[in-house]
Ligand binder design. Structure first.
Ligand code: DGL
Length: 281
């Protein structure tokens, strides 16, 4: 079986994203769980994933998960809503059993959904996400399971992740798209009292999103909820916790140029990093 070739000794926690967005998840996780080792992989050369088909997002995500397993991770977190929406279930159900049934891949949608119904007073929730995540209806399906009767409106924001990937998110050009997509969301349901930032890139646009959102509406970035959920996961799964090494380190891999990644990563993290370029296939 393939999995006998995977390293069996404990290793870092893998965090995957199409590009830089997962760094917002990594940052929150490291704040709450600083003792563990992390291996971040950004598929920047092929980002953004948001407008890609189900098949392509699945193929790319599986390649990344396999690589992180080969590099010693026993637990991989898809720090990307698009990958969580389009690839997580297939990987969990179809691929893990033959890759290595003892390894785990977790996503960011479930931990967000679990808390958001509690945050909304009137149960009118909005989701801002990539076209892929919105089209998958993953948030609607999961929210309805946890909070039957909840009203969920989703708005695709096709350019937001690209604005962040291209370091244009603080510029005046971003205002136009942020305002436009927020208005479209609020037109769907003017009673929304809670908005999920359903893409890990969007915390970088938080200031602009706040600017165009009525102050009565609560904005919910996901990082802290994903981190809390991971903490709880380790309490419930001590066998996985013991397979994650603890030296407080963090390494970075990218499919783009390592210099470019290191430079842009400082927008997301408040420390300098070094990155290594890899090829995924
Ligand atoms: N950051 C990712 C997400 O959470 C995807 C952005 C993209 O690659 O389009 O959905």
């Amino acid at each position: 079986m393939f999995h006998t070739f995977l390293p069996q000794k404990p290793g870092p926690i893998g965090i995957f994203d199409s590009g830089y967005g997962g760094l917002t998840i990594l940052r929150s996780i490291r704040e709450q769980l600083p003792e563990y080792d992390y291996l971040y992989l950004g598929d920047n050369a092929r980002a953004p994933y948001g407008s890609r088909s189900f098949e392509v997002v699945y193929d790319f995500t599986l390649q990344a998960v396999k690589r992180l397993f080969e590099l010693g991770c026993h637990l991989v977190i898809l720090g990307c809503n698009t990958a969580s929406a389009k690839a997580l279930r297939s990987i969990q159900q179809n691929d893990l059993p033959y890759l290595d049934p003892s390894r785990r891949v977790l996503g960011v949608i479930r931990p967000t959904v679990e808390v958001v119904g509690e945050l909304s007073a009137n149960k009118h929730v909005g989701i801002l996400a990539t076209p892929g995540t919105i089209k998958s209806e993953s948030y609607n399906i999961e929210l309805e399971k946890f909070y039957p009767g909840i009203r969920v409106s989703g708005q695709a924001c096709p350019l937001w992740a690209a604005l962040v990937e291209n370091n244009e998110h603080l510029g005046a050009g971003a205002d136009y798209f942020v305002e436009k997509n927020l208005n479209q969301l609020l037109e769907q349901d003017p009673e929304i009292d809670t908005i999920i930032l359903g893409c890990t890139h969007y915390p970088l646009l938080l200031e602009k999103i706040r600017k165009y959102t009525p102050s009565s509406i609560r904005l919910v970035p996901q990082g802290d909820y994903v981190a809390k959920s991971l903490q709880q996961y380790f309490v419930n799964h001590p066998e996985m916790e013991s397979r994650c090494t603890k030296h407080g380190t963090c390494e970075f891999l990218t499919t783009e140029s390592s210099e470019k990644f290191a430079e842009n990563a400082t927008i997301f993290l408040d420390y300098e990093i070094h990155a290594k370029k890899i090829v995924l296939e």
